[in-house]
Design a binder for this molecule. Structure first.
Ligand code: MN
Length: 206
């Protein structure tokens, strides 16, 4: 018997302290990002789900187009942020190069870790406006494919597993790096939790 799951989203706690990613991401930057921005997507998604529940209960009309568009944005924001926290780790534990199955798969797909880093950095640097760079796995080909997500939900390959993300909304780096997305991306490599990305890849390959 599986336990019933909550029918609404909640803000996950971070797997480290708000100071833990310094000097690459400051306590203030991380706190606001988690408590204000991520929380807003959780609240937004839940409000939309409540709106659906209410309309069903009253058998009332609802603007499905606007509701689902907003739901996609807010659920995308919540789930991508949840992964983003997990795929970072304090300097020392994070950073360096991937190992395990991930290292082999990166070499096989991209030729080298350096080539992967170059493609992934450019993916993140060139998101138009706000969005994400993601490393994904296609289950039909078992290929690792970079994905450039606009906002939280556009350009997504359906059914692919998302293994690793970098948030390039300005709210992710503005306090520490102002408008310098390039510097944030360069520093980000020092806090990538490769063990976690490798774990996700191994689960996805099962
Ligand atoms: Mn964000």
């Amino acid at each position: 018997m599986s336990e019933a799951k909550p029918r609404f989203y909640s803000l996950p706690s971070l797997p480290y302290s708000y100071k833990a990613l310094e000097p690459y991401i400051s306590e203030q930057q991380l706190t606001i990002h988690h408590q204000k921005h991520h929380q807003a997507y959780v609240t937004g998604a839940n409000q939309l789900l409540e709106k659906l529940d209410k309309a069903r209960k009253e058998n009332a009309d609802i603007d499905m187009r606007a509701t689902l568009k907003a739901l996609s944005f807010n659920i995308g924001g919540h789930l991508l942020h949840s992964l983003y926290w997990e795929n970072m780790a304090p300097p020392g534990k994070g950073g360096g190069k991937p190992g395990g199955v991930l290292a082999d798969r990166i070499d096989k797909e991209f030729g080298s870790f350096e080539r992967f880093k170059k493609e992934f950095s450019e993916t993140a640097a060139t998101v138009e406006g706000s969005g994400w760079a993601a490393l994904t796995l296609c289950r039909q080909t078992d290929r690792l494919i970079p994905m450039q997500i606009e906002k939280h939900n556009a350009n997504v390959y359906p059914m692919f597993r998302i293994l690793f993300v970098i948030d390039v909304f300005e709210h992710a780096y503005y306090i520490d790096y102002k408008n310098n997305r390039g510097e944030y991306l360069e520093k980000f490599w020092n806090i990538v939790n490769w063990d976690e990305v490798d774990k996700r890849l191994q689960q996805a390959l099962k």
